[in-house]
Design a protein around this ligand. Sequence first.
Ligand code: C2O
Ligand code: CU
Length: 487
Amino acid sequence: MRTHLLRVLGSALALVVLIALGWVAWLWYESRLPDTYNVMDYGSHDQGGGPVPAGGHHAGVSIAGLRGPGVGTADAKFTLTAKTATVQLASGRSVDALTFDGRSPGPELRVRQGDLVEVTLVNGDVPQGVTIHWHGVDVPNAEDGVAGVTQNAVLPGQRYRYRFQAEQVGTFWYHSHQVSSKEVRRGLFGTLVIESAKSSFDMDLALAAHTFDGVATLNANDGFQSRAVPPGTRLRLRLVNTDGTPRRFVVQGTRFLVLAIDGTNLNAPSPIENESLEIAGGGRMDIAFTVPRTPVWISLAEDDVGLAVNAGGAPRPAAEPALEFDPASYGKPTGTPFDASSRFDRRFELTIGRWPGFLDGRPGLQWTINGGVFPHVPVFVVEEGDLVHVTITNDTKAIHPMHLHGHHVLVLSRDGVPVSGSPWWADTLNVAAGERYEVAFRADNPGIWMDHCHNLRHAADGLTMHLMYAGMTTPFEIGGTTHNAPE
Ligand code: C2O
Ligand code: CU
């Protein structure tokens, strides 16, 4: 009797274990990605509570046709050649890098608002292929430079021409969007500045922060760059964070203004001091001040890396700013095309989590979006003209700089507190652990757009999804003979 009972229990247990194993095996099996796939075949289409578009105005339209102006003489023309090169940091340290034109950052591209910009990308010898994404510039979709979504990766010996009208004004950057988690880290990026016709500054510099092999740099300088600048000079600095993690910049020796975030001017900025600026991975901030008679240091917090203005070799003050700049309450409110009280056509949730699971057959702790591991993530479906509301929630212990391509979002609130200062438009929003943001945007740029974490390692590990205008298709595919791998 006793042994019989044990035997029954034993087989029941074996059955449970078998079912559990079978379930895990099935999870593993169905997590595997095919060698080649179209991004539109994956994910679950989420209509954000709006009408399910019957194909939308773009039914069956390929994004490949959404190019910039094909005719017309370019006002600003550049050729960028991607190649492997040894980059020498200011200290003499050398880095085995991937570069544009042999340098990293690549050449600074400066154009005027309204210019027709033409860039020819040549791949010299980058084996995995390259593309150029114009981070923060809301270009037509087919100029967006995402391998496998808007074009094929440009393989060694090949070239690709980008053309777009520079309609925005501000600080942007460009980088490869093929195997971006590796290529950007190794140096395939540069700054892009779109100037307005009238500038009230005497001097205007873009400074790109980047970590090469664990060494913090500003424009490839791993120490202090000193500059003598005549007192009274109106100086504008464009701070760009090309890393995946936030960078804190400190300004010592002067009061300053924060003019712009992510390429959009702030309204009525007021002078601040003793505040450090945390810039999201991929984000930008523009600051300005009038050069005083006394020294000024602009540096990366906790690193002796930066720009020393009229310091004559004096070390920067040890005490770093006690306060943290808050974009949610800086400057003054002014009218915006829509706000929190607008009627939204669609409302989406974008909740980031972390759960054990399989990513393409690999077990581990995985990033999830709305509970699913890539590719079981949502695709936000919109129609042209929609006013869209997105609630981004970070339920993980990591920071996620969320970047939506092709659009700027208006930040409405953080953790339920409405933005009280200047309108704050972002293309790369630092969503810290536990934070919750409400943002809104107008769907005014048709196409299929990436929406991902700009900690590119996280993106490669599945923190990637898409915004799709109903009915649009892409002829490009991930993987296969093209070797397209955007992350
Ligand atoms: Cu700066 Cu999807 O990129
Ligand atoms: Cu992330």
